[in-house]
Design a protein around this ligand. Structure first.
Ligand code: SF4
Ligand code: SF4
Length: 435
């Protein structure tokens, strides 16, 4: 679909601005009532979802010329989906899908060659290196040196651990901890080693759909040729691609699980047991790609029709995504089961989680926005009295880690896998952030 096909949805935007806020019934404190990193930082309507939608409508109707300033506003957005949850909560029919509209707007800007220079470079880097970090292929499995891990293209395995570019090149401790957990639980697993390529999350978010589809097709073929039963990701961004976006391109024959879901399953089977106390007060950050954006897509084909002369409806009815189907309970279940661990919640959680704004190409092109949102989330974490912020997404961790360092914050940062290994009485690798 092109942006034009969303015109009737865009015309339905009532400019109510509710997409800037956590839905009122879910607000627990005015200080943490806003949900959009972009409007929170820039405080000008155009930066909100509603603002961008109205402007995009103006663009379609040739009411203004595309300017670099508008492009800049469109890309100062982490594509995290919080606006979509709030708008649908209010409009309840789900007629306006802000995330689909914002994505189509980016696709149009990409086709018109009007994307930020940093994003053009990122796309070229993915095409040239198969990763957005300009790292050589040979370095992709460097994290596994000294570990006895199967390469699934050479030896058959039941489970594929899809590592992803960020864990492989920037947070290798994530990969080492994940592999160690699988090994200790006796899972027959392997990785693609140096043959693994990017999931193409960043090109997708930037609007480079052609490149995304090329990588999606390549990856789906690789997965299906392997004949693995399960694919596990530790990276929330990879999870979102494999679980939600790839099925729109082709079917993956294996089930796709996030490591928090897989650990929960191993706990239920008695293959993972927590034997050691971890005396720590922690809070959990829901990565957007694992939470509201991790809700599987339900294919829909149809058209929009007018009822009673003015109400706009989907025909046939479309299943509206409210973000409820994301992965929320497995990580919480793990944390609650770790002996000695005191788990407390923040105010904006689950589908109302506040994005750290590293994603959507923001960290690369607008690091100041990513740092601002990271700092906002750390402030929220601190109000819980937690000593540590826990999450399970290398990209969120890069951003939080750098923000904590920059602001000299005392709060600690853990990946979930690190705490799991500690509770299993095993040595874990401390979160490493490489630049
Ligand atoms: S996008 Fe939805 S919530 Fe935002 S201003 Fe428009 S109608 Fe209101
Ligand atoms: S995707 Fe996130 S940053 Fe972008 S408009 Fe929506 S809430 Fe704001």
């Amino acid at each position: 679909m092109g942006l034009e096909e969303y015109k009737s949805q865009m015309e339905r935007c009532s400019r109510c601005s509710l997409c800037k806020w956590v839905p009122i019934m879910q607000v627990k404190n005015w200080r943490f009532a806003q949900n959009c990193p972009s409007i929170l930082k820039y405080n000008f309507h155009s930066y909100s979802a509603g603002g961008k939608i109205i402007a995009a409508l103006g663009l379609l109707e040739n009411r203004f010329e595309l300017t670099d300033e508008f492009v800049d506003i469109v890309y100062r957005c982490s594509m995290d989906g919080a606006c979509g949850v709030s708008c649908k909560n209010i409009m309840s029919t789900g007629i306006i899908d802000s995330m689909e509209i914002l994505h189509e707007l980016r696709v149009k800007l990409f086709k018109d060659g009007r994307i930020p220079k940093r994003h053009k470079d990122l796309i070229n880097d993915v095409e040239k290196y198969d990763n957005p970090y300009k790292e050589p292929k040979e370095k992709r499995s460097q994290w596994a040196e000294g570990l006895d891990i199967k390469e699934v293209t050479k030896e058959k395995a039941e489970v594929l651990y899809y590592v992803g570019c960020t864990a492989a090149y920037r947070t290798p401790s994530n990969a080492k901890n994940t592999a160690r957990i699988l090994e200790l639980a006796g899972v027959d697993f392997g990785t693609l080693g140096e043959n693994e390529i990017c999931c193409a999350s960043t090109p997708y978010k930037i609007g480079a759909t052609g490149l995304f589809e090329k990588y999606a097709r390549k990856n789906i073929k690789t997965f299906n040729d392997l004949d693995v039963k399960t694919i596990v990701t530790q990276c929330a961004g990879c999870y979102h691609m494999l679980k939600v976006e790839y099925p729109k391109i082709g079917k993956i024959n294996a089930e796709v699980l996030h490591i928090s879901e897989y650990i929960t399953r191993l706990m239920e089977k008695g293959k993972i047991k927590f034997t050691k106390e971890v005396p720590l007060k922690v809070t959990w950050h829901d990565p957007c790609h694992l939470g509201r954006l991790g809700e599987p897509s339900i294919p829909w084909e149809g058209k929009m029709v007018k009822a009673f002369g003015q109400a706009l409806l989907f025909d046939p009815p479309k299943k509206v995504k409210y973000g409820l189907g994301g992965v929320y309970e497995p990580p919480r279940n793990i944390l609650r089961n770790i002996p000695g661990l005191d788990f407390v919640e923040m105010m904006r959680i689950r589908e109302y989680s506040f994005c750290c704004a590293a994603g959507g190409g923001v960290r690369a092109a607008y690091p100041e926005l990513a740092r601002f949102a990271g700092a906002e989330r750390i402030e929220e974490a601190k109000t819980t009295g937690a000593e540590a912020l826990v999450t399970c997404c290398p990209f969120c961790e890069l951003n939080f880690g750098e923000t904590i360092e920059e602001k000299k914050e005392k709060i600690k940062l853990y990946d979930l896998t690190e705490l799991v290994l500690q509770a299993m009485g095993e040595k874990s690798y401390k979160l490493e952030i490489e630049r």
